[in-house]
Ligand binder design. Sequence first.
Ligand SMILES: Nc1ncnc2c1ncn2[C@@H]1O[C@H](COP(=O)(O)OP(=O)(O)OP(=O)(O)O)[C@@H](O)[C@H]1O
Ligand SMILES: [Mg+2]
Length: 258
Amino acid sequence: MAKRIDVSGLDIYYGAFKAVEGVNMTVEPRNVTAFIGPSGCGKSTMLRTLNRMHEVVPGARVEGKVMLDDQDLYSSDVDPVAVRRVVGMVFQRPNPFPTMSIYDNVAAGLKLNGVRQKSVLDDAVERSLKGANLWKEVHDRLNRPGGSLSGGQQQRLCIARAIAVEPQVLLMDEPCSALDPISTLAIEDLISQLKERFTIVIVTHNMQQAARVSDATAFFNLSGQGKPGHLIEMDSTQKIFSNPSEKATEAYITGRFG
Ligand SMILES: Nc1ncnc2c1ncn2[C@@H]1O[C@H](COP(=O)(O)OP(=O)(O)OP(=O)(O)O)[C@@H](O)[C@H]1O
Ligand SMILES: [Mg+2]
């Protein structure tokens, strides 16, 4: 079941440093939402607060509210591990379990969730690797370690691992930055299929990609060096790329800004 995310009054800190300030946004279910903006404006930070991965950095914390449907993700009775099970993530840098086999990398989450039946695991591994466009390259070497794959293959392995557990929300931080154009298009196709079932948020520096895959786009920006990032505007992707409300958005998407 895809879920809606409602963020209100969110400030995000690393120790005393406020990285992101005052974010209010709604991420719709069964939609792809793109986060765009210059390097350092807080896109990855923002993404990581949506599944409580932010707080694994010592001293990192948030103020404000993140609701997943009617559940307050930062409420004291919420288990962050349980949150990460329903809000999956693909990181900016591929992070497979390097010594674990390709098969086990994909099956790990299901096994953690108690799935033991080999035929069920086999099916899920094949389906997820096909979904991530990696099956053809690895189907005859599923016992090789995840770390033996190329960078782009590792990223696709991480995508397969994330979708194997059928999360309700999938967060993807520049998932295609290490991929060749064919794999990139395959991942974009996959994202379009997945959005029928999941809520998807993707961070991308590729404006064409944001325009191709997303329904809504959120533009983040920095007001200055050492200042926190802000959400400048969020709207339908169509509107952001044809007639944004803010001058800064237009400057960024047309490349007149760096
Ligand atoms: N682990 C951390 N500890 C301290 N500060 C951090 C940490 N991670 C990020 N920051 C700071 O938070 C701010 C936002 O960083 P973030 O990585 O979210 O930016 P980004 O928009 O994802 O950039 P990029 O497009 O380069 O990936 C930056 O000033 C960065 O230096
Ligand atoms: Mg980033």
